[in-house]
Design a protein around this ligand. Structure first.
Ligand code: HEM
Length: 411
């Protein structure tokens, strides 16, 4: 039994010690851990609490037969224990975003990021943020109204509704128990501040978007190599559409005021989307980065991705698109649809970077980044870099033809 007056970190320690000393195998009390952390914020966890979490992780990982509740609990512990998984969790970006927990929402590892799982989880992340804002105690009613409006628009966009404000409650009602738990366990902020909730959820939402865009890019690449130009056009169109819809996340995040942001930002030092595997993969699937970028801070914390690129283990879409004529016998219209989709993707990628850059400028000015770059000036370096190689974009432009408006594929 845990005394109510304990500090959150002592509560975590006490729960773990209870779990570790049990003589019979029992369920890891993940909900109680999450509640304790949410009461104080992650930054209050002491080294002994983290050590107890690490020992609990060790014990749980030795279980042979793991029901999904334990898989989720393991995801939680991977998230909280530094370097539990390839140095990417704990204090880093993946740990901050609780990515192992969100991944455990998928029934199979390969289902993570697939369009179906994405559709539900991405909407659920936004719906959950919307509910949180609606229930938050605040005197700043104008700010809250603006934030709710933008989140509602984003939710409607994801649900492909043109104007209706769809209910967050209805979206959350479609989740399985496993997905609901993953959603609850994935809020492990450093503080207890209301504004960090929005920041964390929007980061998770974008990250999940990148993962799904990568599914589409990989599928497009496979289709092109097989000479299936029509299928590749559908996948590229879908990738562009997902990134375009996600753009509505920016106005919602822009309701974050600099003063509120800086109250929690300092505690996130060392965790930056600079370490996002998914974002760097999205770029690398389309074009090989320059050697200069590969050797810069951009890849410093993600050497596994850099090594994969340098070893030539990623066939870029720029290369396959360059050879599209040789690979297929597709008709002019199909090739035009493919070119259109690729160019559209390039445009939304540039738009994504511009939105990111301008919000980052407003929020941090000339301060350095939490990933130890110079900050906004680092972002500026890559701002106008396209997703595809320049010669491929020129080729695509010729194939699309003036005024070509074919929007390939599914909605
Ligand atoms: C709200 C405020 C935000 C600020 C102030 C901000 C600021 C920055 C800064 C300064 C960097 C440079 C690296 C560093 O030292 O950390 C960076 C990188 C990055 N950020 Fe953000 N960011 C914000 C939101 C987001 C969001 C919501 C995402 C979505 C996932 C995101 C994705 C990225 C990515 C992918 C990079 C790496 C870009 C590259 O290496 O070219 N950022 N951000």
């Amino acid at each position: 039994m845990i005394a109510q007056s304990l500090e959150p970190t002592d509560t975590v320690l006490s729960i773990c010690n209870d779990y570790l000393s049990a003589t019979t195998t029992r369920k890891f009390p993940a909900t109680a851990i999450v509640q304790a952390i949410q009461q104080g914020g992650r930054r209050t966890l002491t080294a002994s609490a983290v050590d107890a979490l690490a020992r609990s992780r060790q014990q749980l990982s030795q279980m042979d037969d793991r029901p999904w509740e334990s898989a989720l609990a393991l995801g939680l512990l991977d998230t909280l224990v530094p370097s539990a998984v390839g140095g990417q969790t704990g204090a880093g970006y993946a740990g901050y975003l609780a990515l192992p927990v969100l991944q455990a929402a998928a029934t199979q590892p390969q289902a993570w990021g697939q369009p179906d799982t994405y559709g539900r989880l991405a909407s659920a992340l936004v719906a959950d943020t919307l509910e949180f804002e609606q229930q938050a105690a605040t005197t700043d009613l104008r700010l809250r109204a603006t934030r709710i409006r933008h989140l509602s628009r984003l939710l409607a966009e994801l649900g492909e509704q043109t104007h209706a404000i769809i209910s967050a409650h209805a979206v959350l009602g479609t989740l399985s128990q496993r997905e609901r738990d993953a959603l609850r366990f994935s809020v492990l902020p450093v503080s207890t501040l209301r504004h960090e909730y929005l920041f964390l959820r929007i980061l998770q939402f974008f990250e999940l978007t990148f993962v799904t865009v990568n599914h589409e890019l990989a599928a497009a690449s496979i289709a092109l190599i097989a000479g299936e130009v029509g299928a590749a056009a559908v996948h590229l169109s879908s990738a562009a559409k997902r990134l375009r819809r996600a753009q509505r996340g920016w106005p919602a995040l822009a309701t974050l005021q600099p003063a509120a942001f800086h109250q929690f930002r300092d505690y996130t030092t060392g965790s930056s989307a600079l370490q996002s595997h998914a974002y760097k993969l999205m770029e690398a699937y389309c074009r090989r980065p320059s050697e200069e970028r590969l050797m810069s801070r951009a890849y410093h914390d993600i050497p596994a991705i850099r090594d994969k690129i340098q070893a030539g283990r990623i066939i870029t879409l720029s290369d396959t698109l360059r050879n599209v004529n040789r690979l297929s016998t597709a008709d002019v219209e199909t090739v035009a649809a493919l070119a259109h989709s690729a160019r559209r993707l390039d445009e939304v990628y540039l738009a994504w970077k511009r939105s990111h850059y301008s919000l980052a400028g407003r929020l941090i000015g000339s301060r350095p980044g939490t990933g130890h770059t110079e900050g906004v000036s680092y972002l500026q370096l890559n701002l106008d870099e396209h997703l595809f190689d320049a010669d491929v974009l020129e080729l695509l432009r010729q194939r699309t033809g003036p005024g070509h408006v074919v929007e390939a594929g599914r909605t």
